[in-house]
Design a protein around this ligand. Structure first.
Ligand code: ZN
Ligand code: ZN
Length: 726
């Protein structure tokens, strides 16, 4: 073999041939190794994916490999196959796909040295100090909670650097070399007795762990899905296999990490998500590749972790839209997880209280097996959900009299409340009272959002990032009478502070927890009872366990009912069930008040009864009648260009090609995207769909090849298979 076939991160959908220098022979065992090559005028890292005797190119056109990375172990064949599947299914260039699965550090010209494999452990003085910490020392308590089960890799403590340095200085912790299995200072947490539903679910899945099966674990919030995962993981670890656990949200990883560590102190646990520094992510990825990880916990990108002994995949909150990558390789981590489990011959468990309609239908049609957890674990009952009719109880500054009264009452009892509004900033629009003009972004087809900052108010575009001071007068009519219209988290926080001056109010949204480690501090403050009223966006809705929280108010939810996106209702239902599920998890019954002008809407009626199956039945009937997914398969060709005309012309040409190729595939007309302009780029799209996935796939494969020949200067196009957004 004298030719190396190399996958490179380029838009070209093929591999590239290089000569293997005689001085560095390569064999099939080297497939998956990193190789350095020259490409055009650049040098790139690529992956060796094949060997051949000869190339289609004449020998004089072939360049030699520059070097071979023999330090990093070759990527496992299963990972190369996974990349191949993703590239084929999403019609994305194989090389670009494969390279995008590697940690960013591996694409740098100089390979970084992974951070030393040391860990931190409590010293005897530290163990004593950990048991005397005041409840207010939240950061220190978090650090102690991490370490109490034994040494923890440095990379896992990245959010706690200041405290870490302080404890090192005081001799409370010491750096140790990571032992293969860590000793434990504390007795591991004792597993609780399983409820009947949990025991049945665990039994059913464990009866079939040695081959592929896709399970839908359908359990209301608080029904103990995590305990089911923990039991399954225990069984998998016991057989010397690895467990991969996906969660939708970075902020959930520390919480789960702590829980897993308390239960399985000896297991080697690593996390993988985009919140890690390059070095940490590389170190953790390397631990996966070297077989030094037993449990991998991460967000969507972790679905591609290089694991050789995979025994189980769990996708928690499988319905969550964040599992879909919205740029580059537009994969769904849930769908890739199911494919990967099939490839590895292991079970995959999809957990949710509000499954994606796709998943629900898959379970109805027998492709997935459904297991129900119908009750909340322990004594906790489901919260009572009440609709507040805003046509009769008109909100003032966003808050109805009923919600204010409930907040007041909860406050007097010393219980915690949460006001949920899915809009960050102060107010969604700045409005001219004289002529009705709304300030819009000059670069996007979107309103500017009013934010309050230290120096006063700023207008901010949530799509392109533009910020500017509010105009002194209306740019349209010159009137000075401009006012903030509508509610955002900041304004609700302000209103609540005026109404309840004695209450401790904490706002939690993307702006307030942008800094690393900030979210953990919020969580601790809530746990320690240092907060009376939380005001927050969906960041708070996902999976967090706040035992003292007994009241949830929902503000401004109706917007989603009027959305042009047919999935908006599904997302709203899931979000409201999830946020309602935050209430009353500690034993005190919870209450949820939803402000709406449409109390008779079937979505709200199903919500009040906690009846996901009823909601799903009605939503699926609508989807079937309208020929929407999951009854059809879709692919969207998305374009952004300098002008509407350029985008439209490209899509018209693409449509003409599609019509030649389409058999059993419907090709729609080009249309502007819902958000039709972002950062001065016009965004258009062309939808194709079919009842048959294989027909659509065959069509897309042929179509993409032809699309690559269309003139496309100055515009970007990408195919989005199974699109989630419009
Ligand atoms: Zn005006
Ligand atoms: Zn903008």
């Amino acid at each position: 073999m004298s030719i190396a076939q190399v996958a490179l991160d380029t838009p070209l959908p093929r591999t590239f041939d290089y000569l293997i220098p005689a001085a560095c022979p390569l064999g099939t065992e080297d497939i998956g190794r990193r190789v350095r090559v020259s490409f055009g005028r650049r040098e790139l890292w690529g992956i060796l994916v094949g060997l051949a005797d000869r190339s289609e190119l004449p020998p004089e056109q072939l360049k030699p490999l520059l070097s071979v990375d023999r330090v990093l172990p070759p990527l496992p064949a299963s990972l190369l196959a996974l990349a191949r599947f993703a590239a084929d299914y999403y019609h994305y260039p194989y090389g670009a796909c494969l390279l995008s699965l590697l940690p960013p550090a591996l694409k740098r010209p100089v390979t970084p040295r992974p951070p030393p494999a040391y860990a931190y452990a409590l010293t005897p003085a530290g163990i004593a100090a950990a048991q005397r910490l005041s409840p207010r020392a939240t950061a220190q308590r978090r650090l102690a909670a991490h370490l109490m089960a034994g040494p923890v890799a440095a990379a896992e403590l990245s959010g706690l650097k200041t405290t870490l340095r302080d404890w090192l200085k005081r001799g409370l912790i010491a750096a140790v070399k990571t032992p293969p299995r860590s000793p434990c200072h504390f007795t591991p947490e004792v597993a609780p007795t399983l409820g009947r539903g949990q025991a049945e679910a665990v039994g059913a899945i464990l009866a079939k762990t040695d081959h592929f099966a896709a399970w839908l674990l359908f359990g209301v919030t608080g029904s103990g899905k995590t305990e089911v995962y923990l039991r399954l993981i225990e069984a998998v670890l016991g057989r010397g296999r690895q467990a991969l656990v996906l969660v939708p949200e970075i902020h959930l990883t520390p919480q789960l990490t702590e829980r897993f560590r308390r239960r399985y102190p000896a297991a080697r646990l690593v996390s993988l998500h985009s919140g890690l520094s390059d070095g940490e992510r590389y170190a953790n990825w390397l631990a996966c590749l070297n077989g030094g990880a037993d449990i991998v916990l991460g967000t969507r990108l972790a679905v591609f972790a290089p694991l050789q002994r995979l025994g189980l995949i769990v996708v928690d909150e499988e319905h969550d839209p964040s599992y879909k990558q919205m740029e580059g390789l537009r994969y769904s981590a849930r769908d890739v997880a199911v494919w990967r489990a099939r490839q590895a011959g292991v079970p995959v468990v999809l957990g949710s209280a509000t499954p994606a309609l796709e998943t629900w239908l898959n379970a109805q049609q027998g492709r997935y097996r459904r297991l129900d957890l119908p009750e909340r674990a322990g004594a906790a009952a489901l919260p009572e959900i009440r609709l507040v009719d805003t046509r009769t109880d008109r909100p003032r500054q966003g808050l109805s009299a009923a919600l204010l009264a409930a907040l007041e009452e909860n406050l007097s009892r010393g219980a915690q409340s949460l006001v949920f509004i899915n809009r960050r900033g102060y107010a969604p629009t700045l409005l001219c009272n004289a002529c009705g003009h709304v300030t819009t972004c000059p670069r996007c087809a979107a309103h500017l959002v009013l934010h309050r900052q230290k120096g006063g108010f700023r207008l901010q575009c949530h799509h392109c990032g533009l910020t500017r001071p509010p105009p002194p007068s209306c740019p349209e009519c010159g009137a000075l009478d401009l006012r903030a219209s509508g509610q955002g988290t900041q304004r609700l926080e302000e209103t609540l502070a005026e109404r309840f001056p004695e209450a401790r109010i904490l706002r939690v949204d993307r702006d307030s927890v942008a800094r690393k480690g900030r979210f953990a501090a919020v969580r601790d403050a809530v746990h320690e009872g240092e907060v009376d009223i939380l005001v927050g966006t969906q960041i708070l809705a996902k999976g967090h366990d706040f035992p003292r929280l007994t009241l949830v108010g929902v503000v401004g939810a109706d917007g989603a009912l009027l959305s042009a996106d047919y999935r908006a209702g599904e997302r709203l239902f899931a979000q409201l069930m999830q946020v309602a599920g935050r209430a009353g998890r500690g034993g005190d019954p919870g209450r949820v008040l939803v402000q709406t002008a449409y109390p008779h809407h079937p979505l709200y009626q199903a919500l009040v009864r906690h009846d996901y199956p009823a909601y799903a039945a009605q939503a699926l009937a609508e989807r079937r009648a309208a020929e929407f997914p999951p009854y059809v398969r879709q692919a969207m060709l998305r374009v952004d260009a300098r002008s509407d005309e350029a985008a439209q012309a490209f899509l018209e040409a693409a449509r003409a090609l599609a019509l030649e190729l389409a058999q059993g595939v419907t090709v729609f007309d080009p249309a502007p995207a819902l958000l039709a302009r972002v950062a001065n780029r016009s965004r258009w799209q062309l939808l194709t769909q079919s009842r048959s996935r294989s027909r659509l796939q065959a069509f897309l494969a042929a179509w993409v090849q032809r699309l690559r020949d269309l003139p496309a200067s100055g515009l970007n196009w990408i195919l989005d298979v199974d699109p989630l957004e419009f």
